[in-house]
Design a protein around this ligand. Structure first.
Ligand code: MLC
Ligand code: AMP
Length: 594
């Protein structure tokens, strides 16, 4: 996104700003990009940014957007220029904490950061990128064990946090023997100016090399093997992931998005933060999802800035519908809700899990907006999308985004060798279907510049994730019919999607098996109208032991990520296993949740 923004900004840079090195990189042209006007002042940051050269394109893009509002949150507001200066301060603080001398190449260093959803998150992310390092977002609701795992697995050289998470972050840093650095409230919101008053932008970043290849971010995702894997995306990958959305959904500098999703996953990071910041738009950030506050923002007559874009997972829309049904009961209020949404909102998107048609229909009834459903993945960014203009068909995810190629493959693997048969292949412009295979299902595979670089330090898993001809195997089953793609679910029952979070059933099982009273367990994703799926544990107990759901939840709280803790437990005498000793989860699902 950084370089994307640079390219966009470089088309209309204020005097004094140098379009640094990746000039000409990326062919993205957007007719509604921000053009600094005579009234847009170029701040002191601007000149610093130019002298920062190609440290990171973020410096140039933010400088070009200067005094425009970037983030509005519960603490105040921050312009692009303010964020850039804050990021510069934090970057230099990191530099000092590392002893001034990096002793290596910052481009290969991971910076793990623990920040709430507000402008300080952006300052931490940009500080990392100004240094040329890799940003690894941590999530404050995760138990310590998980934070230690992520920081350790990515090999963080520094742990960065805001003041309220300093104790936790310092603990992680101590255990790893690396410095802890603070993003201060005053760095972003003023009132003290941090620990130095130099407003330059430098931060000891890596220079040289091809910016596209430079590692940018590691996001952790669960799979069917081992602990969560770090998905490493380069700046080139993020650039591609952002630019296709800017084009397809016609992002403009006038947009204002309401941000309510966690910031350790693609949906919250790329779609809802990097996209607006790449065009000079504004982002109104709530610390977390809260139905009342979301409605207040969507309906507020006087709010400045006024929200006109919203994106969320299906569970969030279901929660908003529940709130509406409970609180907005009078016909006049309902007319008002519909009128405000129709008039002021231009785009409402759903993704990260299948959008149930009843939710789509009810949302349309309430707001007059047919949700735009799209499909994506941490490793890929967004892949398929319903159109911004044109028919959005319930239960479908549309067609490939610009720059993304997809194919549906039958029999991807057989007998140890690959015998792929691509029955459908498509990009944003055309679709080829092998005659006789329309409507046949297979694995969705993806190729293009947005596809991630590697699973961090896991060459074997990286290799296995791709076909021999270089396509990423999503593990999702898809079908192409009537001019659009549909997702039919995961090929593996070991992956559960609950409230938009991907959860590994195997990891939940490993955790539960460490309970002293549990001798056997199988975890399945039971269908659920609010969560999509809910984590359900079929448990065999040690002879004579008793265990309630409440007890297992309490036991798990310190050990497991909250949204992976089973919300349902079924006690069994034994688990049905086949001759190979395997539990057939699809059968269990049919049996218990027909
Ligand atoms: C919270 N809980 C969940 C849960 N979220 N349980 C299962 N699945 C979830 N997703 C648990 C809490 O721990 C709590 O347990 C109970 O449910 C009620 O919590 P809550 O406070 O009411 O929930 P809340 O915090 O409001 O969270 C709900 C939510 C959240 C929907 C806002 O889950 C969320 O932000 N989901 C979005 C995830 C996301 O961003 N995914 C994108 C991945 S990227 P207890 O026991 O304490 O009561 C991706 C690619 C793509 O998928 O295509 O976008
Ligand atoms: P994650 O690995 O957390 O990035 O989640 C990616 C997964 O979410 C995909 O592989 C799909 O299984 C699922 N997903 C995302 N969007 C959709 C959608 N619109 N419909 C169905 N599944 C989706």
């Amino acid at each position: 996104m950084l370089t994307l923004a640079l390219v966009r900004a470089s088309r209309a840079l204020p005097a004094g700003v140098n379009a640094a090195s990746p000039a000409g990189a990326g062919a993205f042209v957007h007719r509604r990009a921000f053009r600094p006007s005579a009234t847009t002042s170029s701040t002191s940051t601007t000149s610093s940014a130019s002298s920062a050269g190609c440290l990171s394109p973020v410096s140039s893009c933010a400088a070009a957007f200067g005094e425009r509002l970037a983030i509005s949150d519960r603490h105040g507001t921050a312009t692009y220029g303010v964020l850039l200066r804050a990021a510069g301060r934090v970057a230099r603080r990191i530099q000092r904490a590392l002893g001034g001398d990096d002793g290596g190449n910052p481009a290969s260093e991971a910076v793990a950061f623990l920040c709430p959803n507000d402008a300080r998150y952006v300052a931490a992310q940009w500080a990392t990128w100004l240094r040329g390092s890799v940003a690894v977002p941590l999530y404050h609701r995760h138990p310590r064990r998980e934070l230690h795992y992520v920081a350790g697995d990515c090999g963080a050289r520094v742990v960065l946090s805001t003041e309220e998470f300093a104790e936790t972050a310092a603990g992680v840093a101590r255990e790893m023997g690396v410095p802890h650095v603070t993003v201060m409230h005053s760095d972003v919101y003023g009132g003290g100016g941090g620990d130095d008053d130099d407003d330059g932008v430098g931060g000891g970043g890596a220079t040289g090399g091809d910016w596209r290849e430079r590692p940018a971010m590691i996001v952790y995702t669960s799979g069917t093997t081992g602990r969560p894997k770090g998905v490493l995306s380069t700046h080139g990958n993020l650039h591609a992931q952002v630019s296709c959305l800017l084009e397809a959904w016609e992002w403009s500098c006038d947009d204002v998005i309401l941000h309510t999703l966690p910031l350790h996953h693609t949906h919250g990071i790329v779609n809802k933060l990097l996209c607006p910041l790449a065009v000079g738009a504004s982002c109104v950030m709530l610390p977390e999802f809260d139905a009342r506050q979301v409605w207040e923002h969507l309906l507020s007559g006087e709010a400045s800035p006024r929200v006109n874009v919203f994106m969320a997972v299906p569970t969030v829309y279901a929660r908003l519908i529940d709130y509406y049904d409970e609180h907005y009961t009078r016909p006049r209020v309902r007319d008002f809700v519909r009128g405000m949404c129709k008039e002021h909102i231009r785009l409402m998107v759903s993704g990260s899990a299948a959008l149930p048609t009843p939710v789509l229909e009810r949302w349309e009834e309430i707001t007059g907006h047919r949700l735009l459903e799209r499909y994506g993945m941490t490793e890929l960014g967004m892949v398929l999308s319903n159109p911004l203009r044109g028919d959005r068909i319930p239960g479908t995810v549309g067609s490939p985004l610009p720059g993304v190629e997809v194919r549906i493959v039958m029999e991807a693997v057989s007998g140890g060798g690959e015998s792929c048969k691509a029955i459908v292949q498509a990009d944003s412009k055309s679709t080829r279907v092998t005659p006789g295979f329309e409507g046949k299902e297979g694995e969705l595979q993806v190729s293009g510049p947005s596809v991630f670089k590697e699973y961090w330090r896991r060459p074997l898993e990286t290799k296995e994730a791709f076909t021999s001809d270089g396509w990423f195997k999503t593990g999702d089953t898809a079908v192409y019919r009537d001019g659009t793609f549909r997702l039919l679910g995961r090929t593996s029952a070991d992956i559960i999607k609950s409230g938009g979070y991907k959860i590994s059933a195997l990891e939940v099982e490993w955790n539960l098996l460490s309970h002293p009273d549990v001798t056997d367990v199988a975890v399945i994703g039971a269908p659920d109208s609010l969560w999509g799926q809910r984590v359900t544990a079929l448990v065999v107990l040690r002879r004579g032991a008793t265990l309630t759901l409440k007890q297992i939840k309490e036991w798990a709280r310190e050990r497991m990520v909250a949204y992976t803790i089973p919300s349902e437990m079924i006690l069994m005498d034994e688990l049905p296993r086949n001759a190979m000793g395997k539990v057939n989860k699809k059968d269990l699902l049919k049996k218990f949740f027909p």
